[in-house]
Ligand binder design. Structure first.
Ligand SMILES: [Zn+2]
Length: 303
């Protein structure tokens, strides 16, 4: 019984705090039972389940899962597993509260994944914010685990083609190859091909758009070009993002530069404080009632 109570108390502390907390470091903390239990019930009630019964079922199911383990190690593993599940439900519920009238921004990262992407994902997780990653096929082959992480953590996995060639210089068959060869990796991570494609250098014409139409892809540009690749400076990236980000923006950044990742991470809490809600490109369009269609070009989602 004490294991059961402790686990309730430990879980309760996470649900009341939307900030990212690491389950392994929190395990073993002690909490006052009467406070902890009521906090836990309150937090479960905050979850966006459809009915009271759903919440109660979820609660009892989680409790049974935890109580089922008598062995200390298996209990600990089970606890972390259950913690991660309930934390994910809570985070998703928080994210779903974002509405059309909020100050919305879609941050996009091009040209990755890179060695800096995991650090970026950690920061996004900490603040429970979502972004869109336009990945290159050529960089994805040996970083499939990062592609999977991007998808699993609720970000949008999109295509930036395979080699980063200017598409208008290529033959039709080469453009098809650039798209198909990248989708091969994206399918491995999210079980379906990318719907959103950003042409390298923003370079497209009617012929490229026709191919996007035939391949069932929407063409995504941007409204805020940070030129982070030309200004590899943490303060530049941070200050520009803090000063210039506007509602409805699709912001262009590159997660292959350490200065970009560090500058963005420095700007993130300030932008959160300013009231920005971070959504994926598809979420931005849906919230602003802009229909994403194959072969069409999009560059923002202002009110
Ligand atoms: Zn690029």
């Amino acid at each position: 019984m004490s294991i059961f109570l402790n686990s309730l108390l430990i879980i309760s502390s996470f649900n009341m705090n939307p900030d990212y907390l690491d389950s392994s470091s929190a395990y073993g903390n002690e909490y006052n039972f009467s406070n902890g239990y009521s906090l836990f019930i309150q937090s479960v009630n905050k979850l966006n389940s459809d009915s009271k019964n759903d919440k109660e079922n979820m609660l009892s199911k989680l409790c049974f899962e935890i109580c089922d383990n008598k062995d200390k190690n298996s209990f600990r593993n089970k606890f972390i597993d259950v913690f991660n599940k309930i934390n994910k439900i809570y985070r998703n519920a928080e994210h779903k509260k974002i509405k059309k009238t909020d100050k919305l921004v879609a941050i996009t990262f091009d040209d990755g994944p890179s060695e800096y992407t995991p650090k970026l994902l950690d920061a996004l997780k900490k603040y429970n914010v979502k972004a869109t990653f336009f990945v290159l096929g050529v960089r994805s082959a040996n970083k499939l685990n990062i592609l999977k992480r991007i998808n699993n953590e609720g970000h949008e996995l999109a295509s930036h083609t395979y080699n980063h060639y200017a598409l208008t210089n290529l033959s039709n068959s080469s453009i098809f190859r650039e798209i198909n060869n990248t989708d091969r990796y994206i399918i491995k991570a999210k079980k379906k091909p990318a719907f959103l494609v950003r042409p390298p250098y923003g370079d497209f014409n009617g012929r490229v758009r026709n191919i996007f139409y035939n391949k069932g892809k929407a063409c995504i540009m941007w409204s805020f070009d940070t030129r982070d690749w030309a200004n590899k400076n943490v303060s530049y990236v941070k200050n520009l993002l803090v000063d210039k980000t506007k509602d409805g923006d699709i912001v262009l950044l590159h997660d292959i530069h350490k200065t970009t990742v560090d500058g963005f991470i420095a700007a993130l809490p300030i932008l959160v404080k300013k009231g920005f809600k971070f959504v994926t490109v598809s979420e931005l369009m849906k919230l602003r009632e802009i229909k994403l269609e194959k072969g069409k070009v999009y560059s923002g989602g202002r009110k």
